[in-house]
Design a protein around this ligand. Sequence first.
Ligand code: ZN
Length: 164
Amino acid sequence: MNTEQQLILLAHIQFTARHFIALRCPLDKLIELVRYSIGEAAPAPDQVRNFLLKESTQKTLELGWEVAMWQSADRSKSWRLISLATTSDPEVAKRLLARRPPSSDCCAYCWQDERGVLDALKPELDIYGKPVESLYLHRPCTRPWKLMRDLVARAGTTKRESLL
Ligand SMILES: [Zn+2]
């Protein structure tokens, strides 16, 4: 697969992630969704599969495309596709941070339920490195979560400064 084809795939994986926000499905379904997004020019399913399975693809997506994609350690070995794109609006961020998922088995950022999946989630750490009670996150989800926290904290500071 040449660079151009790889970029097209990355862009459509990102598009799919942003569309679904947080998706859990078998690998075949994920391949189908990405190929559907590309349309007629889509590479063959096997080519897409090979690309998705590459560790470097998953790293590139996380570092450059605000997308987390991995195979879960759950019984069905389902795949996760999570958009890590965050809001730039402090008020929206504040609302998102205040939401709580239905249980502590769910990631506080993407709300995927990880019941029974060992070590899928880590507790959120406060600025002193202490776990925050009943707040658990996937490793890739900690980054957008922290970005939103910083955004809200910064907005709070600017407001206070403008009052002085
Ligand atoms: Zn998550």
